[in-house]
Design a protein around this ligand. Structure first.
Ligand code: NA7
Length: 553
C-alpha cells in the first residue's frame, strides 16, 4: 500500500483519500478499521451525530436484536471483543449501541469519521480513476475507492396517505426515533405497521398509553422471542471456544455458530409428532425456532401449511376476542416475510386500551389534524407511530444514486432490476463496492459477520490491484447477468418470491419486483473465494492512470 494511511490534500477544500466509506454503522466501522489497518487512508461520512447506523436510529420502545442474538451478533475480527459482557440473548438497542461505542473507542475509529455529514452526490471521474463526493457540509473529497456501507434497512418508508402532513400531533417513524424520551401516557396513539418494529413496540406502547389503535395491513406470524439472561457460564464458554465457534459461523448458512440444519421434511412426521416438535420450539422461543425447523418449510407448500396452521391455532388460543383473533390470522406462506420475534404481542390485543383495525377491510381514507379516518369511522389520535419499514436492500443505494462512467446514474442503471456482480460490485461503476447490497446474503446472514467477510474480500482485491499497478476494476457485464441468474434460480426454488415483502421490494410502490437476496448461504463466500483464487477474472481492470503519490502530505 502506498499512502500509509495518510490523507493527501491538493489545496482548496478538496480532501483526497484512498477510500471513502459512506456510513458509520456496523459495516462502515469495520471497513474503516480493516482498510486503515491495511495501510489505506480512509474517510467515513455519516449523516448521524455518532456511530451505530441502524442502532443509532432505531431507538423505538422494544427495539432489540431479533436474530439468533448475543453474544454472536457482533464482530468476530478480534477475540478481545468477546470480553464484552452481554446481559441478554436479545440485546436491547441501547446495549448494542454501547457495544459499538466500545468498539469505536477501542479502535479509535471516530478520528476518521466525519459525522453530521450527508453525502449528497458521488461521481466517478474516468480519467482520474477516482470518485468525488459532495457533502451537505460543503466538504468535497475524492478517493480511488468508494465503499457504500449505507445500510440494508436505513431509508425509511414514509406512507403517502391523504392528509397525513396535516396531522397536528407528534409523528415518529420507528427508524428515526427521537433521542429524547417519547411519553405515551395520557395519549391516544395510532401505530401503522405490524412488521418487526411494530410488533416489538406495540406491547411497550400499550402498557403506557391511554389508548392504542393498531392499523394493520398484513396480519403476521410472530414467534416468542425467548429473550433471557446470558449466563456467566455461556459467556465463558463462548470466549474459551471462540476460534472454533468462528469456524462454525463461517460454515453455517446463516453465519451463526450452529451445526447445519438436519434435512427432514415436515411431512415425514405424523401430525402429532409435528405438533409436539413445534410446541417444543415455541416454548423455548428465540430465532433458533427457525433454524431447527424442518428443512422444507420455506420450499414446500404442504410443509409450510403445517407450521402456518400451528401459529394460527396459537393466535386463537392467546387472543380472547374471536373477531380480533380472526383479524390477526396471517394468510401468506409462513416464513416468506421476515420472521418476527415477539414478546407479548398477541396478548396485547386482550387489553381494553388496544383496538385493532384491519386495513384490508377497513382502509385508511385520510388523516385530519386530530384523527385517522378509516372507512368505518374516525379514530382520535394524539401521537402517530409509523412502523412502516424501509425501502430495503437497494433503497439506500438508490437514494445515494452514484454516477458512474459517462455520468450514468444508478437509478437509470437499476431502472428494471438490481444488476450487480457478487452482490457487491457494478458494471459501469468502477471501484465502487456495496456492503449488504442486493445479490448478497445481506439480511439473510449474521450482518456484522457478513460485512466483515465482504470487506475482507474487497481489501484483498484492493491489494491485488495495487500490487499489479491497476487503477480501476469493474465487473464484466456477462458476469452480472450470470450472477443475477444464480440469485434468482436459488430464490425461485423457494416460496419466498411468491409473497409481497420488503425482500421482494413489494412494500415500495413502483419498485421493480425482484427477490434480491442471495439465499445460497455459505456458498456465497465460496463464490467470493473462487473469484479471488481466479485472479478476479470476472472483472475488467485498467492500468493505473498515474503512479500513486508516495509522499507524505
Ligand atoms: P417491515 O417489516 O417492512 O414492516 C412494515 C409494516 O408497515 C408492515 O406491516 C407493512 O405492511 C406496513 N406498511 C407499510 N406501508 C404501509 C402503508 N402505506 N399502510 C399501511 N401499512 C403499511 O418494517 P420493520 O421496521 O417492522 O422491520 C424491518 C426490519 O428491521 C425487520 O425485519 C428486522 O430485520 C429489523 P405490509 O406487510 O407491507 O402489508
Amino acid at each position: 500500500m502506498t499512502s500509509e494511511g495518510r490523507p493527501r490534500r491538493t489545496g482548496g477544500s478538496i480532501e483526497n483519500y484512498d477510500v471513502i466509506v459512506i456510513g458509520a454503522g456496523v459495516s462502515g466501522m469495520y471497513a474503516l478499521h480493516h482498510l486503515r489497518e491495511a495501510g489505506l487512508s480512509v474517510r467515513v461520512y455519516d449523516g448521524a451525530s455518532d456511530i451505530g447506523g441502524t442502532w443509532w436510529y432505531n431507538r423505538y420502545p422494544g427495539a432489540r436484536v431479533d436474530g439468533p442474538g448475543s453474544p454472536f451478533y457482533g464482530y468476530t475480527f478480534a477475540n478481545e471483543l468477546m470480553e464484552w459482557e452481554w446481559a441478554e440473548t436479545q440485546s436491547e438497542q441501547s446495549a448494542v449501541l454501547e457495544y459499538l461505542e466500545h468498539v469505536a473507542d477501542r479502535f479509535d475509529l471516530r478520528r476518521d469519521i466525519q459525522f453530521e455529514t450527508w453525502v449528497a452526490d458521488a461521481r466517478y471521474d474516468e480519467a482520474a480513476q477516482r470518485w468525488t463526493v459532495e457533502t451537505s457540509t460543503g466538504v468535497s473529497a475524492t478517493a480511488q475507492f468508494l465503499l457504500c456501507a449505507v445500510g440494508a434497512l436505513s431509508t425509511p418508508n414514509m406512507p403517502d396517505i391523504p392528509g397525513i402532513d396535516d396531522f397536528a400531533g407528534e409523528v415518529h417513524h420507528t427508524g428515526r426515533w427521537p433521542h429524547e424520551p417519547v411519553s405515551f401516557s395520557n395519549r391516544r396513539v395510532a401505530v401503522i405497521g405490524t412488521g418487526s418494529s411494530g410488533i416489538q413496540s406495540i406491547p411497550e406502547i400499550a402498557r403506557e398509553a391511554d389508548h392504542v389503535t393498531v392499523l394493520q395491513r398484513t396480519a403476521q406470524y410472530a414467534f416468542p422471542a425467548g429473550n433471557r439472561p446470558i449466563t456467566p457460564e455461556e459467556m465463558a464458554d463462548a470466549r474459551e471456544n471462540f476460534d472454533a465457534l468462528r469456524e462454525l459461523m463461517h460454515a453455517n448458512s446463516g453465519g451463526f455458530p450452529f451445526e447445519p440444519r438436519a434435512q427432514r421434511s415436515a411431512l415425514d412426521d405424523t401430525p402429532d409428532q409435528r405438533r409436539a416438535r413445534y410446541e417444543e420450539l415455541w416454548q423455548r422461543g428465540g430465532f433458533k425456532f427457525f433454524l431447527e425447523l424442518y428443512s422444507d418449510i420455506a420450499v414446500n407448500e404442504e410443509a409450510n401449511a403445517t407450521l402456518a396452521d400451528f401459529v394460527r391455532d396459537k393466535i386463537r388460543e392467546i387472543v380472547h376476542d374471536p373477531a380480533t383473533a380472526q383479524k390477526l390470522m396471517p394468510e401468506y406462506f409462513v416464513m416468506t416475510k421476515r420472521p418476527i420475534l415477539e414478546d407479548g404481542y398477541y396478548e396485547t390485543f386482550n387489553r381494553d386500551n388496544v383496538t385493532l383495525v384491519d386495513l384490508r377491510e377497513d382502509p385508511i381514507e385520510r388523516f385530519t389534524p386530530t384523527s385517522v379516518v378509516t372507512r368505518s369511522g374516525e379514530h382520535p389520535v394524539d401521537l402517530l407511530v409509523l412502523a412502516t419499514g424501509f425501502d430495503a436492500i437497494s433503497g439506500s443505494m438508490l437514494r445515494l444514486n452514484p454516477k458512474g462512467r459517462s455520468a450514468l446514474s444508478l437509478k437509470h442503471r437499476w431502472n428494471e432490476g438490481f444488476h450487480n456482480y457478487l452482490g457487491l460490485s457494478l458494471a459501469e461503476f468502477p471501484n465502487l463496492f456495496m456492503i449488504h447490497g442486493p445479490g448478497s446474503p445481506g439480511v439473510f446472514y449474521n450482518m456484522p459477520l457478513g460485512a466483515e467477510r465482504q470487506i475482507n474480500w474487497i481489501a484483498e482485491l484492493v491489494r491485488f490491484m495495487r500490487d499489479q499497478g491497476l487503477g480501476a476494476a469493474e465487473p464484466k457485464p456477462e458476469r452480472e447477468t450470470a450472477w443475477g441468474a444464480e440469485v434468482s434460480a436459488i430464490a425461485n426454488a423457494t416460496l419466498f418470491p411468491r409473497t409481497d415483502s420488503w425482500w421482494t421490494g413489494a412494500n415500495i410502490p413502483g419498485k421493480p419486483r425482484q427477490f434480491s437476496a442471495y439465499l445460497g448461504g455459505a456458498l456465497y463466500y465460496q463464490r467470493l473465494a473462487d473469484a479471488a483464487a481466479g485472479n478476479y477474472e470476472g472483472f475488467v481492470f485498467e492500468p493505473a492512470a498515474h503512479q500513486e503519490d508516495t509522499e507524505a502530505p
